[in-house]
Ligand binder design. Structure first.
Ligand code: HEC
Length: 496
């Protein structure tokens, strides 16, 4: 009886371990960073940061700030502490970095789904979001008649807490077509308040060359969806006046660089020939007439790589990495990368860092390849750290500690007050104004703050120079004064 029980248990355990072993293995291999982050002893050059260390950046840290998303597509900062994240499945989230609070935003329109590129795509905020809370998002619409054709659409709405209000479409790329792919959908504002929208060729190559169609184009609109009068094709016969540039294949990334005033674009080529372009008014970027790629049948496409009147990319990838998001590094944290382009790859599962010098790329180097994740979006935060969204459902932050030659001790004003200043200011010794008596400070509060600072630093009357704190810097003394005056102002003021 007993023996049978044991062998039963044995077989059950064996079957369990056989079933679970591959699963455990997958879990191990798909989460290389967690291992990386937990184990400090692991040399950086063996982990996810190898590419970064190869660039001689040895103090970078990679942390997962959010996990567990399902097929996220894009994100956008709405302030220093909060971001909006889209999920292909048609969900929009609002995430607060400091509190780690993730809330779903309601009020999205009906969004098509069911295919790996069909759903909610990019999200962008109005340049004056802080004032008007206006957001924009691109998504795929399903043809209500056939129930199987699709088109790219862009909507705008006002974000109130966790709700979208007054949702309104500002663009629907006219006709529905069969292909569930190449929607484009990148959204980006420039510094003059124009909204740029990329529309993919919908996997019909000739679309990009047909001027009456929006597919395979970069569009430019006012923030309300109207057409700017100075768009390059306004008044030109046979071309849609929303078009700003043409001849693009599947542009998945747009990024406007405030400093140089240029609009960068990244697009999927065919087999070979992913491109990074600088988008200019009225220019034709050549698809499908010129390309560095070939058809998936290995047949050549168009007439070659160059043609007069057609723009050249500033960089192209052979073989293709399926590049998707693009941004430019501007920040203090990774000073050595200032002005470099960061291009995320899906198939390539890496971030390609392009050393941009004027209009030319001097070198290409990949970073975060060891994450082994399709890179969906990249943004540089205001503090200079880099946020990376992966299709595996995580948001990462690449950062490093600010460099200081001699670390300063934390400014402990309360301690210094207790040790030095309170000797006179608690008791009123030497007729020092007492911190507990509001009226002692009347004169001080009436004078300009700068004078109070100077009196404290230089000393005056019975107040000794620096209040006897020889090691206190001017800045520190000012902090002390601020805090003392704060306390005084919190006292009950005598009513007259
Ligand atoms: C030896 C006693 C003494 C110590 C120690 C002292 N103070 Fe004073 N402090 C005074 C006296 C006395 C006055 C009033 C001087 C007067 O009105 O002639 C004063 C005035 C001030 C004022 C008012 C300045 C103004 O312009 O009205 C500030 C602020 C102040 N002290 C800050 C400090 C701080 C900060 C420290 C500690 C770093 C400190 N004191 C340490 C004696 C002291």
């Amino acid at each position: 009886m007993n023996a049978i029980f044991i062998s039963h248990q044995f077989w059950r355990n064996l079957i369990f371990s056989l079933l679970l072993a591959p699963l455990i293995l997958i879990a191990e291999t798909t989460k290389p960073t967690q291992k990386m982050m937990g184990d400090i002893w692991l040399p950086a050059h063996q982990g996810a940061l190898k590419g970064v260390v190869d660039l001689n950046v040895r103090d970078a840290v990679l942390e997962e700030v959010l996990g567990g998303l399902t097929y996220p597509w894009a994100f956008e900062f709405i302030n220093d502490d909060e971001i909006l994240i889209t999920q292909l499945s048609g969900q929009l989230f609002r995430y607060q970095l400091s509190s780690k609070r993730l809330i779903e935003v309601s009020g999205l329109p009906e969004i098509a789904g069911g295919f790996p590129q069909v759903g909610l795509l990019d999200v962008e905020i109005h340049p004056e979001f802080a004032k008007n809370q206006r957001v924009y998002f691109s998504y795929v619409q399903l043809d209500p008649v056939t129930q199987q054709f699709f088109r790219t659409a862009v909507a705008t709405a006002v974000l109130r807490d966790k709700q979208l209000l007054n949702v309104r479409n500002i663009l629907e790329s006219e006709h529905f077509s069969w292909s569930p792919s190449n929607f484009g959908g990148a959204l980006e504002f420039d510094d003059k308040g124009y909204l740029y929208i990329s529309i993919g060729n919908r996997s019909e190559d000739w679309n990009a060359a047909i001027k009456g169609r929006l597919e395979g184009k970069i569009l430019r609109l006012h923030d309300d969806g109207s057409v700017p009068k100075d768009n390059p094709f306004v008044g030109v016969e046979g071309i849609d006046d929303r078009i700003y540039a043409l001849g693009v294949r599947n542009p998945q990334g747009l990024h406007f660089d405030q400093l140089s005033g240029r609009m960068f674009e990244s697009e999927h080529g065919p087999m070979g020939g992913d491109e990074v372009n600088i988008i200019e008014a009225g220019k034709n970027y050549g698809w499908p007439e010129i390309t560095y790629g070939r058809d998936y049948t290995m047949d050549p496409i168009g007439s070659g790589t160059h043609k007069k009147g057609l723009q050249q990319p500033i960089f192209y990838y052979l073989p293709s990495l399926a590049i998707s998001p693009i941004t430019i590094y501007r920040g203090d944290m990774f000073k050595e990368w200032e002005g470099d382009l960061l291009v995320g790859a899906l198939k390539g599962k890496l971030i390609s860092k392009l050393d941009l010098d004027g209009d030319r790329i001097r070198s290409e180097h990949d970073i975060l390849k060891q994450l082994e994740a399709r890179i969906r979006d990249i943004k540089v935060a205001s503090d200079g750290s880099i946020y990376i969204l992966t299709q595996t459902g995580s948001l990462y932050r690449l950062s490093r500690k600010a460099k200081k030659d001699t670390p300063e001790p934390p400014a402990n004003t309360a301690l210094i007050y207790e040790l030095i200043c309170s000797g006179c200011h608690a008791s009123g010794a030497y007729e020092a104004p007492r911190l507990s008596v509001f009226s002692d400070w009347q004169k001080t509060l009436e004078q300009p703050l700068e004078k109070t600072y100077q009196n404290t630093i230089n000393g005056y009357g019975g107040m000794p120079e620096r209040g006897l704190c020889g090691m206190c810097t001017d800045e520190f003394l000012k902090l002390l004064v601020d805090e003392m005056l704060d306390k005084v102002q919190q006292l009950d003021q005598p009513s007259e």
